[in-house]
Design a protein around this ligand. Structure first.
Ligand SMILES: [Zn+2]
Length: 541
């Protein structure tokens, strides 16, 4: 069975450690977590990678201004990301740091491979550079002499530099984009990438000599490797590229590889993936913000084409969050702090709101009013009340035992089965909001079914009345079991609470959906516990 398992590799961008995490970081990472959880629950072998991008002149300058070393800055800030991801229940398999030893080695190896192959060469660089964006700029792209992205002053740079050949791969990249509709998503992003490539690609400068904080080129330690070249390679490091190459080139057995460094946890992780590098990497789903799409759909695939590695399956660019219609910025003081929201409302309402409020891929507007409305009406009322009143009824009428030989409502089950069968395709298309919309349609069908059936009005002195009650209770509890399964990727903690109430194990421990009839067997009893899923918010809270 193990051999036939399907692979799934999902990544977030790695986050720059010059600032503490904000809602955008939470957004990318939650979406990747949702995919990872769904795929694990569907029996895939999943590898979920996130982490921090820790090199570059921006970090060097920031550290200098704080009077600490760049590594100290990275050590301090990367913890903030880990803390946020833990409080958001992010189920990453590895948190990679670009200062990790195996990553440094991977970057140097890739650089050397491409240099040996002639796809990287030494030349002179003269041009403009935006330090905050870590981006090289052409003269014509400047806006009034400033960076077109951030509007800040750019610096003139003249130095020796290594260059990556881009033009050589232009046609192959265009063909790949056109032949693979899944490669760039949402599809409306495709044209901007294609027209960028068709304007003609200049070879990319991939090293610097003007600062020190970065990975040295093994060929020439004067040069530190361009931070984007370094950062993108994290996706290879995470999938175990180093060990894949070692095995390929030197024909080392896994046992020999295991001897390399047993004490190193990271190496062990990579070794465990070594044999499956291509299996994982060819399924890669890179989730990125729309501002870094070009790096992931032009430079990155060209690096991979040059390395002769299959390209990732999908690069998905999501939108940005505004706050009350305005761009979030420190100067406006309207930056949404995810930690504050989690402390106040819990992580699941935040995960839910971000995924439900806007179609993934478009920009969203974060408003406290919409957040609390969704919390109160959808989470507390529709979902929370359904679970609490149904479990209360089973305790009241049946002493906690789920009725066994009872007729199941066919409309509810058909809808649940339809939803279940549509999930994989919807997740593949990143239709998070649509999935949640349909789950909540189902929740409200169950609510209506109970209201219409009105168990509290049924005459229980009558045999037919008892049969009707049993049918309503069993149909509803089976529906809640489906609901818990459906919401698990989005709201894992809430799903766990429901499963505790139902007296069944967490979906975290499952790699498939177990049919309801195998769970609610004769005499099955739900838990005695009372858990409030979503306490109602008042104006004071
Ligand atoms: Zn800039």
């Amino acid at each position: 069975m193990e051999i036939n398992k399907k692979f799934f590799y999902v990544t977030t961008p790695i986050y720059y450690v010059n600032d503490v995490p904000h809602i955008g970081h939470a957004y990318s990472t939650i979406s990747a977590d949702i995919l990872a959880r769904f795929k694990r629950l569907s029996g895939y072998r999943v590898f979920f990678l996130t982490g921090t991008d820790e090199h570059g002149s921006k970090i060097e300058k920031e550290a200098l201004s704080r009077g600490i070393t760049p590594k100290e800055l990275a050590d301090n800030v990367h913890i903030k990301f880990k803390e946020l991801f833990n409080s958001l229940d992010i189920s990453y398999d590895r948190f990679i740091r670009t200062t990790d030893e195996d990553h440094i080695e991977t970057v140097q190896k890739v650089f050397s491979e491409l240099f040996t192959k002639g796809d990287i060469y030494l030349s002179d660089y003269e041009g403009w550079y935006c330090i905050p964006c870590e981006t090289f700029l052409t003269e014509k792209s400047l806006v009034n002499g400033n960076c077109p992205e951030c509007g800040r002053l750019v610096e003139k740079i003249k130095e020796k530099s290594y260059f990556l050949k881009l033009k050589k791969y232009e046609d192959r990249l265009l063909k790949h984009i056109e032949d693979n509709p899944d490669f760039i998503k949402p599809s409306f992003r495709k044209n901007e990438v294609i027209s960028f490539i068709k304007e003609g690609l200049n070879d990319l400068s991939v090293s610097r000599t003007s600062f020190k904080w970065g990975i040295q080129a093994a060929e020439n330690p004067e040069h530190v490797i361009y931070v984007w070249f370094d950062a993108l390679i994290n996706y290879l490091t995470g999938a175990g590229y180093l060990y894949y190459k070692l095995n390929l080139n030197q024909d080392k057995s896994i046992n020999e590889l295991n001897k390399l460094d047993k004490s190193d946890k990271l190496n062990e992780l990579s070794i465990s993936r070594e044999n499956n590098f291509i299996n994982y990497f060819s399924t890669a789903h890179h989730i990125v913000g729309k501002d870094i799409l070009k790096f992931h759909t032009v430079y990155w695939p060209i690096m991979l084409l040059a390395l002769d590695i299959p390209l990732p399956k999908t690069v998905f660019a999501h939108g940005w969050w505004l706050m009350d219609g305005k761009k979030m910025s420190k100067s406006l003081g309207n930056v949404v702090n995810p930690v504050e929201i989690i402390n106040k409302y819990g992580e699941d309402p935040l995960r839910y709101y971000l995924m439900r409020e806007v179609t993934f891929g478009l920009d969203g507007d974060f408003t406290v009013k919409n957040f609390t409305t969704r919390y109160n009406s959808e989470l507390a009322n529709d979902l929370g009340n359904l679970v609490s009143r149904l479990t209360a009824m089973i305790k009241k009428y049946k002493n906690g035992v789920v009725p066994f030989s009872a007729e199941i409502n066919i409309d509810l089950i058909n809808y649940a089965e339809y939803l279940n069968s549509s999930l994989n395709e919807r997740y593949e298309n990143f239709e998070f909001s649509k999935i949640l919309e349909e789950i909540f349609l189902f929740i409200n069908k169950v609510n209506k079914y109970i209201n219409d059936g009105a168990p509290w009005k049924i005459d229980l002195n009558d045999e037919a009345g008892i049969r009707l009650l049993d049918s309503i209770l069993r149909s509803s509890i089976v529906s809640i079991y489906y609901i818990s399964y459906f919401i698990y990727p989005f709201m894992p903690k809430t799903s766990d609470k429901i499963n505790t109430l139902l007296n069944i194990k967490s979906f975290l421990l499952c790699n498939e959906f177990v049919p309801a009839e195998d769970i609610f067997k004769e005499g099955f009893k739900i838990s005695d516990e009372n858990i409030m899923l979503f306490p109602r918010l008042t104006d004071k809270s």
